[in-house]
Design a protein around this ligand. Structure first.
Ligand code: 5RP
Length: 222
């Protein structure tokens, strides 16, 4: 199976977690896009969705799924999203698609986080994938110096010659070279740096369920 077929398989499996008549939290990225396409097929069963990015909102609307502002929603039972890396206990690195802040916000108000990923995303120790950190642009250099002191190799994410600008008007620093032995502690430590909006460690509130696409079928972790 190709990586896209594995992503499609987990996206399909995640439909089992959709609660009829409710508003679903929806993540960002290529795996989340497959989930949105599956959601489009059963859209009459749900009230709508809260999107974790402008790109996701646009794709949801393209399928005729109503998109709600989070401020107008009291609770979300299920949030479905991909990950860049995930451990067997559900700690994740996210933010490869630069949507980490809104992803963390929507996940934080959801009862259940269902992570959907192809098998290549499962790791024993987080950190091979460079850790994304969304920052206020003026704090970029100061934050990079602190990330170097932690043993990382930070790099401003660029597109062409310009910094990538997130949906929140901020920048992304990608930190290579971290072997993250204690993701819960590192999440707090980086979040406390002035100017950090969000670190792409989702460990304090990790995934409740992980659906992993493998050659032997969809495996459920956690
Ligand atoms: C976006 C994310 C994505 O969930 C993560 O990058 C995985 O993406 P993909 O499903 O394309 O592999 O965190 O900010």
């Amino acid at each position: 199976m190709t990586q896209d077929e594995l992503k499609q398989a987990v996206a399909r499996a995640a439909i089992d977690y959709v609660v009829d008549g409710e508003i679903i939290g929806v993540g960002t990225g290529s795996t989340a896009n497959f989930f949105i396409d599956e959601l489009g097929k059963i859209k009459e069963r749900i009230k709508g969705a809260v999107a974790s990015s402008e790109a996701t909102a646009e794709r949801l609307r393209g399928h005729g799924i109503p998109v709600f502002d989070l401020n107008d929603v009291e609770r979300i039972s299920v949030y479905v999203d991909g990950a860049d890396e995930i451990t067997a206990s559900g700690a994740m690195i996210k933010g490869g698609g630069a949507a980490l802040t809104r992803e963390k916000i929507v996940a934080s108000v959801s009862d259940k986080f269902v992570c959907i990923a192809d098998g290549s995303k499962l790791v024993q120790v987080l950190g091979k994938f460079p850790l994304p950190v969304e920052v206020v642009p003026m704090a970029g250099q100061a934050i990079m110096r602190q990330l170097v002191a932690l043993g990382g190799q930070p790099k401003l994410r660029v597109k062409g010659t310009e910094p990538v600008v997130t949906d929140n008007g901020a920048h992304i620093i990608d930190v290579a070279g971290l072997a993250i032995a204690d993701p819960v502690a590192l999440e707090s430590q980086i979040n406390q740096m002035p100017g950090v909006i969000t670190v792409g460690l989702f460990a304090q509130r990790g995934a409740n369920v992980c659906l992993l696409g493998t050659a032997d079928g969809v495996k459920k972790l956690t």
